[in-house]
Design a protein around this ligand. Structure first.
Ligand code: GLC
Ligand code: MG
Length: 546
């Protein structure tokens, strides 16, 4: 019996599928205001289906003063008019579902905007019933901040509210006050907001800075980071011992999971994806393995290791191996190459290696998340100082921390503004948009887009790739090699990280093997028993059954 013929299980979409991240401001504008919107996304659903992804995660589209471009939310249960209306969203979800695409919303529970009515009430007086929805503390004896905590965007994490004489905590901008997750009323209110969207049919949430939700009850000072290099990201000068990954976060994770599980049904499970920048062992805790062997945490704790890793065969090999070995029983792995906060993969490693990275992402075991534009090899765009939008860059200029470069408008065509908008885009386009865009790459079998499509189609067609086992293979230095297998089918992936050809012994793949994909469009096939990988070439081989 062919196992692929079984009806899909409710969890198969997020376990076996592919997630595509849309940064909505920059994906597709429908009304000429230069800002991408919901109708724009709807117009591009066919593109996403043709690409072959299974779900879209949309960065925040809620009402927001846009101090942090939507990550400062002033109403959890509505949309910002710049992005569209609830009706537009309902239509988007209907359209996506009709095409078999799931819709994942970004959700930001750690903080709201300072313009959220909850915070406006909270800051109105010390006696206000919402005062303790946020984290207020008296000044230190010298009048300064209550402790040494730093904002992730530079400067102290405390701002004094002169009117009420207390400081409030903000892990990010002062326009993003942190909610107090120790307060049960806060929990109840935020869970109700999750239910609002679940009832509207969303298939899951990406939870922003999940590990930051709870802070030390005693508000102790964070210790100095001995590894800090002066000139780097100033928030890294302290270790976040008392501000991140506290044990109490796990209770909240379990509660959130119960909220979404209540909406799972035969059509599909609702999924939680956690944004977690944590060491491997701590990341694993967010799967929430309990003493009965049940996973009660987020289904997909984001695995960002490929983002920070040195691009060397031995490093990548070890990293994959260690991650596989660390997973709790039954846990679903996942992989990410980039997102709206990190430099793009094509800029980090260069265009040829980015093709290798695509093959790695799409042939590893676990749910891949693609960042919009990476499938056409978009690169970071240098933004002149007077055009900077990102508050991080404004706070810490010139340190290379700004995130505008990886948020530029999607390059669709050679038309006006790259087909992104009829009007001037909110952020400048890459200089190369006229030669690097979806339309041109669609017509070019050697393009990055063609490679992504081929690899995604292969991943969808091969249970070995989307559901199979993973096992390392030794193919010599400089070559990351592994096998993926399902039932009798065995595929071998060979990725040559060297800038020179490498010979791989035929015994690695067996006497006969077919090349199913190569990152080098010119590859014809295998020659004899010996396989020569070209410089920076990756291949997927199907081993013949003995
Ligand atoms: C997350 C988001 C980032 C945002 C921050 C504050 O890290 O990915 O874009 O600025 O949280 O919400
Ligand atoms: Mg618009």
């Amino acid at each position: 019996m062919d196992p692929t013929q079984n009806p899909p299980s409710p969890d198969s979409w997020w376990k076996n599928g592919i997630v595509y991240q849309i940064y909505p401001r920059s994906f597709q504008d429908s009304d000429g205001d230069g800002i991408g919107d919901l109708r724009g996304i709807r117009q591009r659903l066919d593109y996403l289906v043709a690409l072959g992804v299974d779900a879209v995660w949309i960065s925040p589209i809620y009402p927001s003063p846009m101090a942090d471009f939507g990550y400062d939310i002033s109403d959890y249960c509505a949309f910002d008019a710049r992005f569209g209306t609830l009706a537009d969203f309902d239509e988007l979800v209907r359209g996506a579902h009709a095409l078999g695409l799931k819709v994942i919303l970004d959700f930001v529970p750690n903080h709201t905007s300072d313009q959220h009515p909850w915070f406006m009430q909270s800051r109105s007086s010390r006696q206000d019933p919402k005062r303790d929805w946020y984290i207020w503390r008296d000044p230190a004896p010298d009048g300064g901040p209550p402790n040494n905590c730093l904002s992730n965007f530079g400067g102290p994490a405390w701002t004094l509210d002169a009117a009420t004489g207390q400081y409030y905590l903000h892990s990010f901008l002062r326009e993003q006050p942190d909610l107090d997750w120790r307060n049960p009323d806060v929990r109840a209110a935020v869970y109700e907001a999750l239910r609002f969207w679940l009832r509207r049919g969303v298939d899951g949430f990406r939870i922003d800075v999940l590990y930051h939700l709870v802070k030390d009850a005693l508000f102790r000072d964070n210790p100095a980071n001995p590894a800090f290099v002066p000139g780097g990201d100033p928030s890294h000068s302290l270790l976040p011992l008392y501000t991140a990954d506290l044990p109490e976060v796990q209770d909240i994770v379990r509660e959130m999971r119960a909220v979404v599980d209540a909406f799972s049904n035969a059509q599909g499970e609702r999924v939680l994806i956690g944004e977690l920048y944590l060491p491997l062992a701590r990341l694993m805790a967010y799967y929430g393995l309990d003493s009965n062997g049940v996973l009660q945490g987020v289904q997909l704790p984001f695995n960002f290791q490929l983002i920070g890793a040195q691009w060397q065969a031995d490093v990548i090999h070890r990293l994959v191996h260690d991650y596989e070995a660390a997973l709790p029983p039954g846990a679903a792995p996942n992989w990410v190459l980039g997102n709206h906060d990190k430099p793009r993969i094509a800029s980090r490693v260069g265009p040829l290696r980015a093709r290798l990275a695509a093959m790695l992402l799409l042939t590893l075991r676990g749910t891949p998340t693609l960042y919009y534009g990476d499938e056409i090899g978009m690169t970071d765009v240098s933004i002149p100082p007077d055009e900077v939008q990102d508050p991080f860059e404004k706070n810490e200029p010139g340190k290379g921390l700004g995130r505008d470069p990886q948020r530029t408008p999607m390059q669709w065509s050679t038309g006006a503004h790259a087909g992104f908008s009829q009007g001037k885009p909110w952020l400048r386009l890459a200089d190369d948009w006229a030669t690097h865009n979806v339309d041109l790459q669609q017509a070019d079998a050697a393009s990055m887009l063609a490679l992504y499509r081929r690899l995604i189609a292969l991943r969808r067609a091969e249970p070995a790739l989307h559901a199979g086992a993973w096992e390392p293979v030794d193919a010599g230095a400089d070559v990351v090699a592994y096998a993926r297998s399902f039932a009798q089918r065995r595929l071998v992936v060979l990725l040559n990280f060297a800038e020179a050809p490498r010979d791989v012994d035929g015994s690695v793949v067996g006497a006969k093997a077919d090349v199913l994909a190569s990152t080098r469009p010119e590859r014809a096939g295998l020659q004899g028993g010996l396989l020569t990988l070209q410089a920076l070439e990756g291949v997927v081989l199907a081993c013949a059954n003995e």
